[in-house]
Every structure is written in structure tokens, then in C-alpha cells.
Design a protein around this ligand. Sequence first.
Ligand SMILES: [Zn+2]
Length: 67
Amino acid sequence: MALINCDKCGVLMIWKSAHLCSDCLRLQFEEVNKVKDYLAEHPQASIMEVERKTKVSLRTIQEIALK
Ligand SMILES: [Zn+2]
């Protein structure tokens, strides 16, 4: 059993497969959905525009865009 700190909020947790705790994973999932929904409606939107409208961080949007 390995203990690690969550990448985002730093909470101590048992390492399973992700480097994020369940709260941060859920939040990330919601952000991914927000960005995907916005892009589905605005396929020509720039990353800056997506950031402004969804309030999701640039880094997260770029990670989503690369997948
Ligand atoms: Zn966390």
C-alpha cells in the first residue's frame, strides 16, 4: 500500500491509479465535460475563448485538447 499526495489539493491518500483524490477527479471530470460541451456548440472557438467562457484553466483545456 502506497500513500501519495493528491496532485491538485495535496490531500494524503492511498495510491490506486490516479494521482488525484476522488474530489479532484470528480471536479476534473466536470471540467472536461464543460469544455467538451462548449466545443461541441462552438467548434471554431479558440482556447482563450473556451477558458473565458468555461472558467476552466488553460492547462486543463490544453490537456483535454490533446486527448
Ligand atoms: Zn485532491
